[in-house]
Design a binder for this molecule. Structure first.
Ligand code: NAD
Length: 500
């Protein structure tokens, strides 16, 4: 049997597929088999420049389109995306590896953002103050920025682009997406749907690439704003280079999310939640729980209950119905994650469940689920974002000790507390220095009408993603102060009495 040659993947410029011309490409794999399935072009500065030119021209028209027309396009896009969910989920699973139900879940969370953006006529309403001074009215409007760019990570190839593009386009901008080169095909599927929904050509563009393409976007005079989601070192770089070039930048970075489990918690509930949040999508979620902080005497029961649940979870290809966890994104990443387990064991952590020896398929980039107990904050397995199926349990004696541990961490994306005590939960949500907080909810990703973002090294910039903050990010405020001459002073006959 011959192996089929990798499929060439195109850019999407001016409403059509465009092959890359830079001569540079990167391989795209099916992580479940380890075979190369695609070849993605890496755009040159010249190709980025061409893409931006078409976006600039299209944005000039789109900003004048009525709010009702924009809403109509978004409604049509919503229907198409809903109808195409299964097809898109299969595309995501084939390049990312996550199980199909998880891929469907990410599309559902992305759809929420499209649904939010359909409300653009109401959402962009400004304020009006009649008679702010005698005969003077003041009102505010929000106007689009022009051309904006989104640079997105591999772990949510549909949802994260939708976090950005739905609001950016609804606000009247042209949006250029530079998706992850590891799973680029979902972006093209979205592009086809935008076109079918009636979006004018040039308003949604996809350019693939690596650092060269990203730098070209960050340096381009005609890009007004950059939204980024990815790892912390790159987020910091994007923020610094983009803002130095005078752009608005929101750059979301990595995470190390803790669950604080109090002694009064419903331990079965906590164990179920922590297992799904730690190992779902092979731990490759920015809101994955990677540290369980067990307070007081809850540790033994918690570790036992988590470890009892893991053997029932099958690791295998994401497209197979009974699979609970798929492979990691690349062979290199799988080996790096396994290296963290080695380092944790060498540093003295107790390996309760060892993913390195798990029952996993031989081909593909698989690693089993690992549970480490007695992890301490000096270990690399605690300090670093691992982004894999590894859960560390840290034992502390008091709530204060657990809180101090979480607040001392450089990352501050999400956290959650498990307790039956409303007062303890209320205190925690007030005292914890983290952007998104769950109370007996393991993955507290805000719904689309709030905004998403962490604190500290999990976010560079001051605007969170999507929701109301997303609308502000993609528009500029303008305030108009107006005075009209009193008609009574007019010498022209207006057909009504000059005095009231
Ligand atoms: P990454 O930082 O490696 O890549 C993200 C994007 O940046 C990709 O489009 C990539 O092509 C580009 N990029 C990579 N290296 C670059 C460089 N040197 N210069 C310019 N651009 C570069 O991240 P990833 O591995 O794709 O995704 C996983 C990371 O994303 C994790 O750290 C995860 O926590 C984070 N993440 C964060 C959130 C959040 O909301 N905070 C959400 C999802 C993922």
């Amino acid at each position: 049997m011959t192996t089929p040659s990798p499929t060439p993947i195109d850019h999407w410029i001016s409403g059509t597929r465009v092959p890359g011309t830079s001569g540079r490409t990167a391989p795209v794999y099916d992580p479940a088999t380890g075979t190369q399935t695609g070849e993605v072009p890496l755009a040159s500065r010249g190709e980025i420049d061409d893409a931006v030119k078409t976006a600039v021209a299209a944005a000039r028209e789109w900003r004048t389109s009525s709010l009702s027309r924009r809403a109509a396009v978004l409604f049509a896009f919503r229907e198409l995306l809903h109808a195409g969910s299964d097809e898109l989920a299969a595309i995501i699973t084939a390049e990312h590896g996550k199980v199909l139900s998880d891929a469907a879940g990410e599309i559902a969370r992305g759809l929420e953002n499209v649904e939010f953006a359909t409300g653009v006529p109401a959402l962009l309403k400004g304020g009006f103050s009649e008679q702010a001074a005698t005969g003077v009215d003041v009102y505010s409007v929000r106007q689009p920025l022009g051309v904006v760019a989104g640079i997105t990570p591999f772990n949510f190839p549909a949802m994260v682009p939708l976090w950005m593009c739905a609001n950016a386009i609804a606000c009247g901008n042209a949006f250029i997406l530079k998706p992850s080169e590891k799973d680029p095909s979902a972006a093209l599927f979205l592009a086809e749907l935008w076109k079918q929904a009636g979006l004018p050509d040039g308003i949604f563009t996809v350019v693939h690439g690596d650092k060269e393409a990203v730098d070209a976007l960050l340096d381009h005079d005609d890009i007004a704003a950059v939204s980024f989601v990815g790892s912390t070192p790159i987020a910091k770089y994007i923020y610094e280079r983009g803002t130095a070039n005078g752009k608005r930048v929101q750059a979301l970075g990595g995470a190390k999310n803790h669950a604080l489990v109090l002694p009064d918690a419903d331990v079965d509930m906590a164990a179920d939640a922590i297992v799904s949040a730690a190992y779902g999508a092979a731990g490759e979620r920015c809101m994955a729980l990677s540290v369980a902080v067990a307070v007081g005497d809850v540790g033994d029961e918690l570790v036992t209950k988590i470890s009892e649940r893991l053997p029932a979870l099958k690791v295998g290809p994401g497209a197979e119905a009974d699979t609970a966890m798929g492979p990691l994104i690349t062979r290199e990443h799988r080996d790096k994650v396994a290296g963290y387990v080695d380092a944790g064991a060498e540093a003295g952590a107790r390996v309760v469940v060892d993913g390195r020896t798990g029952d996993v398929p031989a081909d593909g980039f698989f690693l089993g689920m690992t549970l480490l107990d007695d992890v301490t904050p000096d270990m690399s397995v605690y300090r670093d974002e691992i982004f894999g199926p590894v859960l560390s349990v840290v034992r502390v004696t008091t709530y204060e000790e657990g809180l101090a541990l979480i607040n001392g961490n450089q990352y501050a994306n999400g956290t959650t507390i498990f307790t039956r005590d409303g007062g303890a939960a209320r205190r925690f949500q007030n005292e914890v220095e983290v952007g998104m907080v769950g109370i007996n909810v393991p993955i507290p990703v805000p719904v689309a009408y709030y905004s998403f973002g962490g604190w500290k090294d999990s976010l560079f910039g001051d605007t969170h993603m999507y929701g109301p903050e997303g609308l502000n990010f993609y528009t500029r405020g303008k305030v108009v102060t107006q005075r009209w001459p009193d008609p009574a002073t007019s010498t022209v006959d207006l057909g009504f009495p000059r005095t009231r």
